[in-house]
Design a protein around this ligand. Structure first.
Ligand code: SF4
Length: 287
């Protein structure tokens, strides 16, 4: 294990944005490849039911704000999903352009184009909070589920307190995604956008560990949403798992994400990754 194996320039290149942004001209050209299918299979394949052809049509018309509204109406975390969603297995896998041209419409990149344009604009808030209901709701876990829940409730006029064990909100988005998928601290930028709706307070360093804590939340709040996600990964249960140099891939990625200067992190010359899922691939690529 050794730190600083690469030059500063090599670190910058290797941890740079894996999928560069579309230029405005590229986005319009790509949007024009969409056939705006009736009963669009891409929209059905989207786990958050984004009206894909509608937002693509708006990009083609130059209406990026309208496109972002369509996306965020269904999925307030549409900016991060555009970066990390496995679109090749979801919306893009079923795009009819695969049959015609062997290449789907670049739905994920178009989605990012629209949401980034909104978030970088002078008026990034696109929705207005409903009048206050006077209800207070607790959300446990500031990961994607908790944040989306908090945002949706706040939009309806409720006051929401989000409790999270970690020093930063974001959960998987902040601690579990490869650096090259989310450069530029986008997880925190997106959280700032979510908080911009108003009515959401985040309380960090708060971990749900006892029934008494849960009972107190139920007493003090009108409703409690539990969105803690997976606190730990499954151990393999084999000898040697705790030896020096053996590391959980999720912890490895979290450390990478939280380390500003990647040159300070020791990495083995030869690294073995057990598993073949996306986290394993991210751990292998980043090693
Ligand atoms: S399936 Fe492809 S072509 Fe059809 S609406 Fe969706 S993105 Fe457009």
């Amino acid at each position: 294990m050794q730190a600083g194996r690469l030059s500063a320039q090599e670190y910058a290149q290797r941890f740079a944005d894996a999928t560069p942004r579309l230029t405005p001209a590229q986005a319009v050209l790509e949007a024009e490849r969409c056939l705006y299918c009736f009963d669009a299979p891409c929209a059905t394949a989207c786990p958050t039911s984004i009206d894909v052809p509608s937002f693509i049509k708006r990009i083609g018309d130059g209406n990026l704000r309208g496109a972002a509204r369509t996306i965020l109406e269904s999925n307030p975390l549409g900016g991060m999903c555009a970066r990390v969603c496995p679109t090749e297995n979801l919306c893009e896998a079923v795009c009819v352009r695969n049959t015609q041209e062997d290449r789907p419409v670049a739905i994920g990149r178009l989605q990012r184009h629209a949401v980034d344009a909104l978030m970088e604009s002078d008026k990034p808030q696109i929705f207005t909070r409903a009048p206050a209901t006077g209800k207070k709701i607790a959300v446990v876990g500031a990961g994607p589920a908790g944040l989306a829940c908090a945002y949706t409730l706040a939009r309806e006029g409720h006051d929401v307190v989000v409790f999270d064990a970690k020093p930063k909100a974001g959960g998987l988005n902040e601690y579990g995604l490869a650096s090259y998928k989310t450069p530029g601290d986008f997880a925190q930028q997106e959280i700032q956008w979510l908080l911009g709706i108003g009515g959401i307070t985040i309380q960090n360093h708060w971990k749900l560990e006892t029934v008494a804590q849960l009972e107190a939340l139920r007493k003090d709040y009108a409703a409690v949403f539990l969105g803690m996600g997976l606190a730990t990964t499954h151990p393999l249960g084999i000898a040697g798992e705790t030896l020096d140099g053996v590391q959980d891939a999720v912890d490895f990625i979290a450390t990478l994400r939280q380390t500003e200067d990647k040159a300070t992190l020791p990495v083995g010359r030869r690294v073995v990754v057990i598993g073949g899922g996306m986290t394993a691939v991210d751990a292998a690529v980043q090693s």
